[in-house]
Design a protein around this ligand. Structure first.
Ligand code: IMP
Ligand code: MG
Length: 180
């Protein structure tokens, strides 16, 4: 991993594997109760949410469908409207489904806002969102996710699907990389 200079950094654990699992179980239970008489379609945003979504769907005890969308964001200097780029879209119609968008983290909120606007045009029955982590202090939109695992301060978070230089997604706990 010679592209990552972490020699003078240390790892600080924010949420352990056990804490994450407990929270994911609680979210799955709440979601299962709310959607039990609905037609749930879980929409995982790639890449960041793939681990969270995989764990979450296994804690939702009702029939559901799983779909994926892939987006990238361009960075902070770009205009809002150009921030999010859709790389992979849904192939099938979502009319008649209650869509729950699942993402790893709500930061500026621009990704979720973009995906919600995009999905509205496809005419689903309803759209809600679920994030494992929420950094409300960074928000640049009105977005408030419907289901939130943990609210966190403005720090760069890694692990459990979240990347640093495209690595660390496989680490089973969530941590920050801080100066020694
Ligand atoms: P947004 O700013 O809410 O649009 O977030 C865009 C995406 O940036 C998220 O879905 C994450 O994949 C990524 N992201 C935001 N904050 C962090 C972080 O602290 N660590 C790793 N990825 C992040
Ligand atoms: Mg993401």
């Amino acid at each position: 991993m010679d592209n990552l200079d972490i020699k003078n950094k240390k790892e600080v654990v924010l949420f352990t594997k056990e804490e994450i699992h407990k929270k994911v179980r609680e979210l799955g239970k709440q979601i299962g109760e709310y959607y039990k008489d609905k037609n749930l379609l879980v929409l995982s945003l790639l890449k960041g949410s793939f681990i969270f979504a995989a764990d979450l769907v296994r804690e939702i005890n009702i029939p559901l469908k799983v779909e994926f969308i892939a987006t990238t964001s361009y960075g902070w200097s770009t205009e809002t409207t150009e921030m999010v780029n859709l790389l992979y879209d849904l192939e099938e119609s979502i009319e008649g489904y209650d869509v729950l968008i699942v993402d790893d983290i709500a930061d500026s909120g621009l990704t979720l806002e973009y995906v919600i606007q995009h999905l509205y045009k496809k005419n689903p029955l309803s759209i809600k969102s679920c994030v494992l982590l929420d950094k409300p202090s960074r928000r640049k939109t009105q977005l408030k996710p419907d289901y939130i695992g943990f609210e966190i301060p403005d720090k760069f978070i890694v692990g459990y699907g979240l990347n640093y230089g495209d690595y660390y997604r496989n680490i089973p706990y969530i941590f920050t990389i801080e100066d020694k």
